[in-house]
Design a protein around this ligand. Structure first.
Ligand code: PLP
Length: 455
């Protein structure tokens, strides 16, 4: 029995139990089928074949159970199959599954819009557009920004991930494999350095990352490559997700807002991963006191039902009927799930995310001293990145060791995922408690020790 399991013995919480070798026999059958028939474009890190989920736990098809610190890539904010979310889905499914907000009215669409509008930062009234995913929200934000400003250039950041549809992909600069083979993307998109305070980027000093990146944007990009008067919007993830769980410093976000206001550029916060309470506030930008003109939300918004939203200042969302729409966007069942999710987040889980974020960070505070391959620990709320390096002094990236860590955790019943080149991310459901966090931390601690011994 591992230290983590010993400590958790007698707990009221269910904890992982691995009964077969992984993958087990039934999992192997599904993997074979998947290998034959499913698109090979997906990137699975390890062979988890899920059968059911409850709260923080996932059971696989062979009866093994896992503690979920990946949350379906930051999606099941209220945990797996929260009874209140399930009830809302079931009741709505028995009443009205689909109508299409594009052509008809139904109460949930307007009611959720009102609710999302009320939690977006800034005094001005907001309006909301609904789609089915993060990429669709970004796609809609691109169109809205161009429509409203009558400008056609866009700025995004090195390391950004905004989705995989052609518009969203044009803003994405996370991995070239995501763009390779797809030809010319949207024209008029410019990328600029993101303030990485650990590593810096080319020419950006980590200790002055905010100032250097703002200066590059205004004095280099805007002077030499694109006139700011032609820029419709700057898209930013307040905490880069797929890029390595990198929080943008508050002074950077504030500076970016200043630059946007100066040149009449819309500030778009892609809060698809960082939003809906994950950082301990509804939106990560709130930590910096920034008020974006447009917010993109998805992932955690409906606890696993497909929904994306664009929340914009009412004066910005001025497009006319027919300009943009989606058959399924804002489907009644997804909206019911979102309403129940927001009730739960408001009632207790945003506060829990703030508390548990601090709890986990305090437990990880000495990991750089204790683990020679831990280069950095960073994040906000339940969006925490642990950067793995080969050498703390040189900060050399160690993607192989990061991947080993992810695999080793899986074998011990902990689901985590990588992010960026060399970061491990912790993004549990917002319901996580101290005991479960301790299990995850002790498991990772043990895995790190094993990996370090082998090094
Ligand atoms: C910040 C951000 N924006 C957009 C997306 C795309 O969302 P989806 O996969 O729902 O299209 C993601 C997905 O990881 C994301 O992290």
């Amino acid at each position: 029995m591992s230290t983590a399991q010993t400590q958790a013995k007698g707990s009221k919480n269910a904890l992982p139990q691995i009964n077969t070798s992984l993958p087990g026999p039934e999992a192997r059958r599904v993997l074979e089928l998947d290998r034959t028939y499913v698109s090979p474009s997906y990137t699975r890190d390890y062979p988890l074949v899920a059968k059911r989920g409850q709260g923080m736990m996932v059971e696989d098809v062979d009866g093994n159970t896992f503690l979920d610190f990946a949350a379906g890539i930051a999606v099941v904010s209220t945990g797996h199959c929260h009874p209140e979310v399930v009830r809302a889905i079931q009741e709505q499914a028995a009443t009205l599954i689909h109508m299409s907000g594009t052509d008809f009215y139904y109460p949930g669409l307007a009611e959720l819009a009102e609710r999302l509008a009320s939690i977006a930062p800034g005094k001005e009234a907001k309006r909301v557009y609904f789609g089915n995913s993060g990429a669709e929200a970004v796609e809609a934000a691109i169109k809205l920004a161009k429509y409203h400003t009558k400008r056609d250039k866009l700025v995004a950041f090195h390391g950004a991930f905004h989705g995989r549809t052609m518009g969203a992909l044009s803003l994405t600069a996370s991995r070239s494999i995501q763009r390779k083979g797809f030809g010319t993307l949207l024209s008029g998109v410019f990328h600029t350095p993101f303030p990485d305070t650990y590593r810096g980027t080319y020419g950006v000093r980590p200790e002055c990352a905010s100032a250097d990146c703002l200066s590059y944007l205004e004095n280099e990009l805007f002077r030499r490559r694109v006139d700011p008067d032609e820029v419709a919007a700057i898209f930013i993830e307040p905490i880069q997700g797929e890029g390595g769980y990198l929080p943008a410093p508050a002074d950077f976000l504030q500076g970016l807002q200043r630059i946007c206001r100066k040149y009449g550029i819309l500030l778009v916060a892609d809060e698809v991963q960082s939003g809906m309470g994950r950082t301990g506030k509804w939106w990560a930008v709130e930590h910096a006191g920034v008020e974006p003109d447009i917010i993109c939300a998805a992932k955690g918004i409906a606890s696993g039902m497909p929904l994306g939203a664009v929340i914009a200042r009412a004066s910005v969302m001025d497009w006319t009927p027919g300009a943009h729409a989606s058959t399924f966007g804002g489907n009644p069942v997804c909206i019911a799930a979102a309403m129940a999710t927001m009730d739960l987040l408001e009632r207790e889980y945003i506060a829990n995310a703030a508390h548990m974020g601090e709890f986990i960070m305090s437990r990880l505070a000495d990991w750089r001293e204790r683990h020679k391959i831990v280069g950095d620990v960073r994040g906000r709320g339940l969006m925490i990145g642990i950067e793995i390096v080969r050498n703390q002094k040189t900060r050399e990236k160690a993607p192989d060791l990061r991947n080993k860590l992810v695999h080793a955790a899986f074998q011990k019943g902990l689901l985590v995922l990588g992010s960026g080149d060399t970061t491990l991310r912790l993004m549990p459901p917002l319901i996580v408690n101290e005991e479960q966090a301790d299990f995850a931390i002790l498991t990772l601690d043990g895995c790190l020790e094993e990996i370090e011994r082998e090094e």
